[in-house]
Every structure is written in C-alpha cells, then in structure tokens.
Design a binder for this molecule. Sequence first.
Ligand code: DC
Length: 222
Amino acid sequence: MSTAIALDGPAGAGKSTIARRAAKALGFIYVDTGAMYRTIGLAASETGIEPVDSPELDALLSEITIDLTFNDNGEQVVLLNGRDVSGLIRTPEASMTASRISAVPSVRAFLLGLQRDMAKAHDVIMDGRDIGTVVLPDAQVKIFLTASPEARAGRRYKELIEKGMDVKFEDILQDVITRDFNDTHREIAPLKPAEDSVTVDTTELDFEQSVEAILNVIKERL
Ligand code: DC
C-alpha cells in the first residue's frame, strides 16, 4: 500500500515550496492540487468561459487533459493538453479565477478522481485545501499549515516582485483575504483542518525551520 501525506492550509502558507522539499527528503512524489485548479481556471479564461457552474464548463472538462510532470531540475511542469502552462497559472488573475472555479462541484469531482489515482499509484505528499478532509481521508499523516494573512501576503509579494511582476502589497493582502474567505466559506469541501491533523503555524518560522517542523511531524507519525 502506498503512503500519503496530506498538507492543507490557506493560500501563501508556503505549502508548495515546503512540500516539494519534504517530498525530496522522503523520496515521495509531490502533488500540487492547487496547480490543477489553476490550470482549469486558465483553460476556462482562454476559452472565454466564466468560472462558474455551467454546461459550457462541464463540456470543457470533458475535453481537457492536465498532467503534472517534472523537468530535469526537479521543477514542476504543468501541462494543459500537452502545453506547458506552469508560468501562466501563477499570475494574480489566475489565482483569483482558480479560487472561484474551485467552488464548482463538477470541477472538484473531476479533480478528485485524478488526485486519488495519483495517491494510489505513488507515495505522495499532496498539498491543497481538502486533502485530509475529502480527497485522502485515510492519509497516514495530515498537516494543516498556516500563517497570519500579513505573513502570507508578504511572502507572495516578494515572490511576484522577484519574478519581475508589478504588484502592490496592499492588493496582494486583499487577494489573500478574499481567497481565504472564498476557500473557507464555499459549500463544497471548504478549507478547514481535518480533525486528526496537526497544525503547524509558520508565521514566525523561516523556510528551513518550516521544512524541519513538517519533517518532524511526518517522522513522528510514520
Ligand atoms: O494552492 P493554490 O493557491 O495554488 O490554489 C489555488 C486555488 O485552488 C485556491 O484558491 C483554492 C483552490 N484549491 C482548492 O479548492 N482545493 C485544493 N485542494 C487546492 C486548491
């Protein structure tokens, strides 16, 4: 049987960078489920479909393929119908579209199957919002990774500035707060800690300390 580690938490808590590093240390596959929602959001934007429940969106889901792969540097590459969209899904607009489209039941159902298949086939550390609660309720380790909205917005801001994007801290903070609200208040699979999860707060931790905290929880539980 394969081993699954569920890593959930709000936007910008550092889940993906921490999960990637922890996966490497453990020899597990890292699955970034947020990238999957982002990719569906991008597919919808590119075809002029609103990120809301509709027959048009359902038709789109039946036509697209999403693959998570890795390049030679170990960086995640996200393919939409075979096209590399790794950069396109990281803009603030793509974040907001992903947040909206992730509330659509048919989108969640579509990705649930893909995510469970990946966990069946590999030892995974899977990051998202509902991994411990809905996608992999039997995961051997469940971690809820969080940090204050200001700390999370500050990290996202730095990341985007380093990529050369022209963004304002206040806008990023507002995005974080809006996405938190969307993610925790939607009817289906809202963001919340699984009852049997361990919460790790990284507000006061740097990257290395956060990785260490996560690896300690994993080692204790496995
Ligand atoms: O982790 P992220 O910021 O890349 O996620 C983008 C959006 O996708 C986020 O607003 C919430 C949604 N999401 C979700 O609803 N469930 C998941 N398992 C992962 C992401």
